[in-house]
Write a protein that binds this ligand. Structure first.
Ligand code: GLV
Ligand code: MN
Ligand code: MN
Length: 422
């Protein structure tokens, strides 16, 4: 019988850069925009198709699939002990409307690559190994972001998630029903089933690793995030006949609010992240004074106290700028900064060092499903560099060798955790 370190080495060696890249490029064809990126938003037919492609690869391997009530999909490679909790790793397959080919997809396919490598190496782990596809991580079609993992972890009620609608009025409930019908996975999974450990591999989505010429980022934590939905209500009026002093122009009012907020959020150190990503004007006609504007705020900071202080000023500041218009401010997400498990970070660091991969500690500026897993089990993340730090952009790119290095590091840690039975 092989010792544990030989077993782990066999799996790490069986991780294949070419296969991982091929899988990434195949998923990249689903929802491809023709400009190098993808539009595969959550719970669309394209999202279902990408998940089905993964199921298609899993079946001949003898991996089983299960799905929970928010559509999170789990692919399982059994271990020796069927009663042991699995070592879980994954991310998401949904994308931004102008998304890249790596954000999220890499984490799912790297986890799947570990399952395949374990099979190719003929290794039997004590614990099952599982790859997960979380539903609606991006939050571009349905808000908030990281919906599937939030519901799984009990941080967001299922009913609230199901009732959420997109801009066309389609609910998560109805889009999910179609996706589930399409996937046709008979095995149901409960929320919050016992998990031994959770890992997520991801492209960095920022410029730090590339600039420092490091291959692996050991993620220490994720900065905090608050989302707001602001609706400004004015009054439609004729653009040619209505004097300025009697207008209730929702657009001009919203611009005033955004300008005031932009000033409030300014910090010399450039640590605050403040984004107005959606701005909808109604009726959006050249010769009618706008009666309604809906805009969103994405506010992030690594310091919990600063995030609270800044976020809590948004509503009063909008009200102060409303003048004659109505304003409603709804907070749709409040997610404080989190820290990953020191023992998992240590394992990741050791694995990177073991394979002579340059590595450094890094804080995640982007949010990830892993943030909800910290409450359920020891959790951690690793990053690999992406070109120019570009992400949420069709030009997103990561080198095949870096992606494979991350998958090998992931394999080492997953195997370590899966072989150590309770
Ligand atoms: C995830 O896509 C995020 O917004 O950080
Ligand atoms: Mn992501
Ligand atoms: Mn993203």
């Amino acid at each position: 019988m092989r010792g544990q370190s030989a077993t782990i080495a066999a799996v790490v060696n069986a991780v294949r850069e070419d296969r991982l890249w091929q899988h990434l490029m195949e998923i990249a064809t689903i929802g491809a925009t023709g400009r190098g990126g993808v539009n595969r938003q959550a719970l669309t037919p394209e999202d279902a198709k990408a998940r089905k492609r993964l199921l298609m690869w899993a079946a001949p391997r003898g991996f089983s699939a299960s799905v929970d009530a928010i559509g999170n999909v789990f692919i399982r490679r059994p271990g020796q002990d069927a009663t042991a909790s699995p070592v879980l790793a994954g991310s998401h397959l949904d994308t931004q409307p102008t998304g890249g080919n790596f954000d999220g997809i890499y984490g799912v396919l790297a986890a799947f690559e570990v399952l395949e490598a374990a099979s190719d190496a003929g290794v039997v782990t004590q614990r099952p190994l599982e790859a997960v596809v979380w539903t609606n991580e991006e939050g571009s079609r349905f808000q908030p972001t990281t919906m599937g993992s939030a519901v799984f972890a009990g941080a967001l009620p299922l009913e609230t998630a199901l009732a959420t609608t997109d801009t066309a009025g389609i609910s998560v409930a109805s889009a999910l029903a179609e996706t589930l019908q399409d996937l046709a996975i008979p095995q149901q999974r409960a929320f919050r089933f016992p998990i031994a450990a959770y890992l997520e591999a991801h492209i960095e989505q920022g410029p730090i690793l590339e600039a420092a010429q490091q291959t692996i980022g050991i993620v220490s934590g994720i900065q905090g995030l608050r989302w707001f939905r602001i609706e400004v209500t004015g009054e439609e009026a004729h653009a040619g006949t209505t004097p300025r002093r009697i207008r209730k122009d929702a657009f001009v009012t919203a611009i005033r609010m955004v300008t005031a907020l932009q000033e409030l959020m300014y910090d010399e150190a450039d640590t605050v992240r403040f984004t107005v990503g959606r701005f909808e004007v109604t009726p959006n006609s050249p010769n009618t004074v706008p009666s309604r504007v809906l805009f969103t705020i994405d506010l992030r900071h690594p310091d919990a106290a600063i995030l609270i202080r800044l976020g809590d000023q948004i509503e009063p500041m909008c009200r102060a700028q409303a003048h004659g218009c109505g304003v409603s401010v709804v907070e749709t997400l409040n997610s404080p900064p989190i820290a990953f498990d020191p023992a998992i970070r240590d394992l990741l660091r050791k694995a990177a060092a073991h394979h002579a991969l340059p590595h450094m500690d890094i804080v995640s500026g982007a949010t990830h499903d892993a943030k909800y897993m910290v409450d359920l089990c020891p959790s951690g993340m690793l990053f690999v560099p992406c070109r120019g730090g570009i992400s949420h952009n069709e030009a997103e790119y990561a080198a095949p060798s870096d992606l494979a290095a991350g998958a090998k590091t992931l394999a080492e840690v997953m195997l370590e955790l899966a072989s150590n039975h309770p």
